[in-house]
Ligand binder design. Structure first.
Ligand code: CP3
Length: 350
């Protein structure tokens, strides 16, 4: 064995989150929170004010690295998640992207016909995000796992087609039925760029990656297999071949009873579950050695008190016999009191 790989293998062993993603059980479970860098932190709000908005922060590697590290310094989470957004991929594919204050993302032109032909791709945008990763990794504590991410093709496509968020993802669902060939080409373009982008993140130093599929729950079963399972499986296979040894977490929000099929057919190394899933059911329904991440209700963390204590205990008890990463079922809410995050960590670590 080369001296270098020996050193990095030892360093990896200190990283509890990475060990669990590779199938070990650790007690207490490693913990990180989706959206842990963000608006509930005063130090985030201050930097966002100074730099003039969310997207400006994403493309400022020094600021984005600082924001990624803010919750690590404050709370000592086991995972640092890259500060960026899933919509950087459509931006790199050539769609205009901006965020309307108080409303959310806008993409133009909307890809209502699914055709990317008129767009001018700019992959240098992805390089800028890789620079953020390099800066974070250079400052990361030895016990912290650096997590990269991308959106899953279906969820990214819902924003590209509608040009914004929507309640029922109707525009993308219509296009998928009405012109499946055009929609398949759009999904293929997102898939290919996502694979390259995740390779870039890994080469820059991310140690695990998560695919966010926020709208996986809005599809009928045959559409789910075609637009969620198939592209995710393609990404997992490509990454396992091109960058072996980097664990991949799938987070399919809202898929309910489709969870066992998703876990089996995508090949993810770990599965993130949302707060609507009964963790006792998930523990029985998923293979016993498969690492599971989740699934505290973000509103229990807002509420605090006994409700929080009971919810934390229930999640831990359900996953007491398998590799488990403690997380929320979805992103931390803006009005979450910081003392409740501290209480959660004290409970987990006592
Ligand atoms: O988890 C993290 O801390 C990493 C960073 C991250 C962000 N967005 C930062 C962000 C990640 C992983 C995402 C994923 C993302 N982005 C998803 C999938 C997961 C999910 O939350 O459902 C989606 C659908 C998006 C697209 C997006 N970005 C929307 C719809 C919005 C507006 C809604 C909102 O919460 O304001 C964003 C903005 C966004 N992305 C913010 C942050 C911190 C808020 C920016 C701000 O106003 O300061």
């Amino acid at each position: 064995m080369h001296a270098f790989s020996k050193v990095s293998a030892q360093a990896d062993d200190q990283r509890a989150l990475l060990a669990v993603l590779r199938g070990e059980r650790r007690d207490p479970p490693p913990v990180w929170l989706m959206r842990q860098a963000g608006r509930y932190l005063p130090e985030y709000r201050a930097l966002r004010e100074e730099k003039g908005g969310f997207l400006a922060l994403c493309y400022d590697p020094e600021a984005a690295a600082e924001i990624t590290l803010q919750p690590i310094r404050r709370f000592g989470f086991d995972g640092a998640i890259l500060f960026s957004d899933i919509l950087i991929v459509p931006h790199a594919l050539g769609q205009d992207l901006w965020f309307e204050a108080g409303e959310g993302p806008r993409l133009a032109p909307p890809m209502t016909d699914g055709l990317l032909d008129g767009l001018v791709a700019d992959h240098s945008r992805l390089e800028t995000i890789a620079e953020t990763v390099r800066r974070v990794v250079a400052q990361l504590p030895a016990e912290t796992t650096m997590i990269g991410f991308a959106g899953s093709p279906w969820t990214v496509a819902t924003y590209m087609v509608a040009g914004q968020g929507s309640k029922d993802q109707g525009a993308a669902r219509r296009l998928a039925y009405g012109d499946p060939h055009a929609f398949a080409r759009l999904i293929a373009a997102i898939t290919a760029t996502t694979i390259d982008y995740l390779c870039l993140q890994i080469d820059a130093g991310v140690m695990a990656v998560q695919l966010f599929d926020s709208w996986a729950g809005s599809l009928a079963p045959d559409q789910f297999r075609r637009w969620v399972i198939e592209p995710n499986r393609a990404i997992v296979e490509a990454l396992h071949t091109r960058r072996p040894g980097v664990p991949m977490i799938g987070f399919p929000k809202g898929i309910g009873e489709k969870l066992p099929e998703y876990a089996r057919d995508t090949g993810f190394d770990a599965i993130g579950i949302d707060e609507t899933i009964d963790p006792v059911w998930a523990d029985q329904a998923l293979p016993p050695a498969l690492p599971v991440q989740g699934n505290l209700d973000p509103l229990a963390l807002v509420a605090g008190g006994d409700a929080l204590d009971r919810a934390v205990a229930a999640v831990r008890a359900a996953f007491a016999n398998r590799p488990h990463i403690f997380n929320l079922g979805h992103g931390i809410l803006q009005d979450t009191p910081i003392v409740h995050v501290e209480r959660l960590l004290a409970m987990l670590r006592q």
